[in-house]
Design a protein around this ligand. Structure first.
Ligand code: G3P
Ligand code: MG
Length: 233
């Protein structure tokens, strides 16, 4: 059976809701849930064996600290201000916040995060989770360790689009998630023909949403999910 343009269009809070609240913070995730996002996306790295929620391998852009993650002890990192007094969260804190409220997209950013995420999820309760990454071999690790976890394949380069569909099929992924810059109707058709969905990133303006919808995407990652949800109503 071929999936065609899922309804309703899925609005995914990007890094929580990065345009509205400090990115990848509990405050941002909470706000995205309050806005009515059915799914929220965060990025994870591993430090001292714990999964921490942060996009970059350095703290400079998103906190009041300086330097690469590895130079920090976990307790020092947790003292940093990630915006409006927020701490860099642990994955478990986000899982707790999302449980029973929304689906959580965990994007693997740091080395070792595939194994660490699967281990945390084995101990965790019933949160609907999807694991994504640009590092496809890490997604293969996830699939080897867990037969049933939902997986999404991220792709940012046009020349990798067909390979991303093949990889997603091999991994039994639920979706292929391309950058808006390389999204097309033909690509959405190809993914749908393989019974998978297309979630595109990152919608920041109305014209981005129009493009995503015109191409037939099933949803988008949004920095301002409230504006997108309002537009869709
Ligand atoms: O998963 C969509 C998006 O989060 C991928 O790009 O750099 O924002 O993590 P980035
Ligand atoms: Mg991300």
């Amino acid at each position: 059976m071929t999936v065609r343009g899922q309804f309703p269009f899925t609005v995914i809070g990007h890094r929580g809701c990065a345009g509205v609240e400090p990115e990848n913070t509990l405050r941002g995730v909470h706000r995205a849930i309050d806005m009515g996002c059915p799914m929220v996306e965060i990025d994870v790295h591993v430090l001292d064996g714990r999964l921490i929620v942060i996009h970059d391998g350095k703290v400079d852009r998103t906190t009041d600290g300086r330097g690469v993650l590895e130079k920090f002890k976990l307790e020092e990192l947790r003292k940093l201000d990630a915006g409006l007094g927020e701490k860099i969260p642990y994955l478990e804190e986000v899982l707790e916040m999302c449980a029973g409220k929304c689906q959580l997209n965990i994007e693997l950013k740091g080395k070792g995060s595939a194994e660490a995420v699967v281990e945390v999820l084995e101990r965790w309760g019933p949160v609907h989770v999807v694991i994504s990454s640009f590092e496809w071999d890490w997604l293969e690790t996830v699939r080897k360790l867990d037969e049933v976890l939902d997986i999404s394949v991220l792709v940012s380069k046009a020349y990798l689009l067909d390979a991303a569909i093949l990889q997603a099929k091999k991994l039994r992924a639920v979706s292929v998630n391309p950058s808006l810059k390389i999204l097309s109707e033909a690509f959405c058709d190809k993914v749908h023909a393989q019974d998978m969905l297309v979630y595109t990133y990152t919608v920041k303006e109305q014209k981005h949403l129009k493009h995503a919808q015109a191409c037939g995407a099933d949803g988008c990652f949004a920095d301002f999910p409230d504006a997108v949800l309002k537009e869709l109503r």
